[in-house]
Structure formats: structure tokens, C-alpha cells
Ligand binder design. Sequence first.
Ligand SMILES: Cc1cc2nc3c(=O)[nH]c(=O)nc-3n(C[C@H](O)[C@H](O)[C@H](O)COP(=O)(O)O)c2cc1C
Length: 211
Amino acid sequence: MKFKNYTRLNSDEMKRPKISPGTFQRLLSERSSFRGFSKKPVSLDQLSKILYFSAGTVRFLRQDLDSSRRPYPSAGAKYPLEIYPLLLVGSDIKKGLYHYNVIEHSLETLLRPINSADLKDIWMSQKWFRKASIILIITATFERTTEKYGQKGIGYSLIEAGHLGQNIYLVAQKIGIGCSAIGEFREDAIVKLLDINPDEELPIYYLALGN
Ligand SMILES: Cc1cc2nc3c(=O)[nH]c(=O)nc-3n(C[C@H](O)[C@H](O)[C@H](O)COP(=O)(O)O)c2cc1C
């Protein structure tokens, strides 16, 4: 049962707000997971918008980098998350594995070209997302947050991935790109692909993007 209600108690009804076309309320109410990918490319400009408006350094409280802030909240502004765009389909940016450099707003090339042999171990049973254009791999370097908050920092980092994921969904939808969260990937294979040290950084969330 996924709904809780107190049938014994009084309740006050609320008027459901109207949802006007073209509004943020409409964007929220229409957010949904898209799985009908067809290997159509996502352009560099579209990827740039998705990354910048969901995760970029969009505000500075002062002149220094340390005071930069992003579109999602982060406990203690520690920002433990990293994003690795895995481009399965090339466009005006080639197929490959990249790291989003949030300071420069650039894509650092980790592996290019990339071929199916490099990816063969990462997939699990769901086939639909192999036709996505891009898979955003989100990792957490938990220590950035646990250093200040102890073990609670693990939960905080996961919460932040949810905030970031929602931004990605909404920005993608706003610019006409389909998006779906994915829970299942072979994490050990992703760790190998990213060449990260699992004692320091772990993949925690994945979002497929495409047309
Ligand atoms: C953490 C998480 C993992 C998910 N993993 C998958 C997945 O592996 N495959 C899939 O098809 N959808 C996945 N989804 C998407 C959910 O199935 C989807 O959000 C849910 O059915 C509600 O539909 P909606 O997003 O269209 O509103 C995942 C969502 C979340 C938040």
C-alpha cells in the first residue's frame, strides 16, 4: 500500500492549483521517465545546458571559487558528486567517456574512441537504455561530506544525488530531451571503466538521456 490516509480523522480539502501551459508548474507536472530511445544524438549545446543548469557553478557568493554554488543544495556546500557523461552516440562531440569539469564547464576526455568491448561488462538486463545517446554516471566522493558530518555524510551525498537527478530530469524535459533514471548497472565494471579508486569514489546513480 503506497498511500497513507487517516480515514478516522477530519480532513481539510485543498483546491488543486491550476496548471497553465508553459509554466514551471506544468514542467513539474509533466516530468516523466522516457525510455523510447532510438540512438538519435544529443548535441553538445543540449548537453551543455543540461549540465550547467542542473550542476554548474551558477552563482558565486564572493570572488573566490570556494564560494561557488550550484543549482542543487549540498550539505555544507561540500559538493561530493561528480558527473561522468558516457556518450554512446556521437554528435558535434565524439562518442566517449568524459568527466564534467564543473569549474571550467568543460568535458575532460577520459576515453575516446570508445567501443562496445569497453562497455560489455557494464550492462545488466534492461536493454532499452543501450539506445540512449548519453548516460550520465554520477559518483560520490563521500569523504568531502563525511569529513564534516561523519557517517551522516553518506546519506547526505545520496540525497544530493536525488536533487541533482531531479534537476537533470527537469532541464532535459524543458529542452525536449528524454531522460530516465537507471538503478541497475554493474558497479564494479563502472568503477573499472572510470578508473576510480572505490575506497574514495563510488558510482551511485545513472541517468539516460536521448531523443
Ligand atoms: C533510484 C531510481 C532508480 C530507477 N531505476 C530504473 C531502472 O533501472 N529502470 C527503469 O526503467 N526505470 C528506473 N527508474 C525510473 C522509475 O521507474 C520511474 O521514475 C517510476 O516508474 C515513475 O515514473 P515517472 O518517472 O515517469 O514518473 C528509476 C528511478 C529512480 C528514482
